[in-house]
Design a protein around this ligand. Structure first.
Ligand code: ZN
Length: 160
């Protein structure tokens, strides 16, 4: 049963309010997280509490229980040199990493100028009501090392 410190592996299909599929984990490995450590969005973690291997869970989450509301103050104009886009031409809507003094952060390109780029630091899924269709693949005890680190090792988790 899913409770604090259990390692959970699950597949999910994520849809927006219109029913469009945004992400489908079945194209790869299931997602792995350690329950009770904020490793997945809060509304989903709460919904998975007490469920078990083999269970199917459908849940619709308002923005505040998923990736939060959009914040207007997250729009910024930066020099293009701070953006990491591996030589690809910058286009509106593209997700790129920007280097900040706190490390890399993912942002969305809003507008591309000659030397500057307008970026939006909101999570791309912020402000959206999201539906998750979850299949719980595996529930197991965390190892002592995983508990120490507060995250999962092995398939779907940290590799280090
Ligand atoms: Zn670790």
């Amino acid at each position: 049963m899913i409770e604090k410190d259990k390692v959970v592996l699950f597949h999910y299909v994520l849809k927006n309010e219109q029913g469009d599929v945004i992400e489908d984990s079945r194209t790869g490995e299931p997602l792995a997280y350690m329950h009770g450590h904020g490793g997945i969005i809060p509304g989903l973690e709460k919904e998975l509490e007490g469920k078990d291997q083999g269970d199917h869970v459908d849940v619709t989450l308002a923005a505040q229980d998923a990736y939060g509301e959009r914040q207007e103050g997250m729009l910024q104009r930066v020099s293009a040199k701070y953006l990491k886009h591996a030589g690809k031409k910058l286009r509106p809507g593209m997700q790129v990493a920007v280097s900040t003094d706190k490390g890399n952060r993912m942002v969305t390109v809003v507008k591309v100028g000659l030397k500057t780029v307008d970026i939006d630091g909101n999570h791309p899924l912020a402000g959206l009501t999201l539906s998750f269709s979850v299949d719980i693949v595996e529930v197991r005890d965390a190892t002592d090392e995983e508990k120490d680190h507060g995250h999962v090792h092995g398939p779907g988790g940290h590799k280090h």
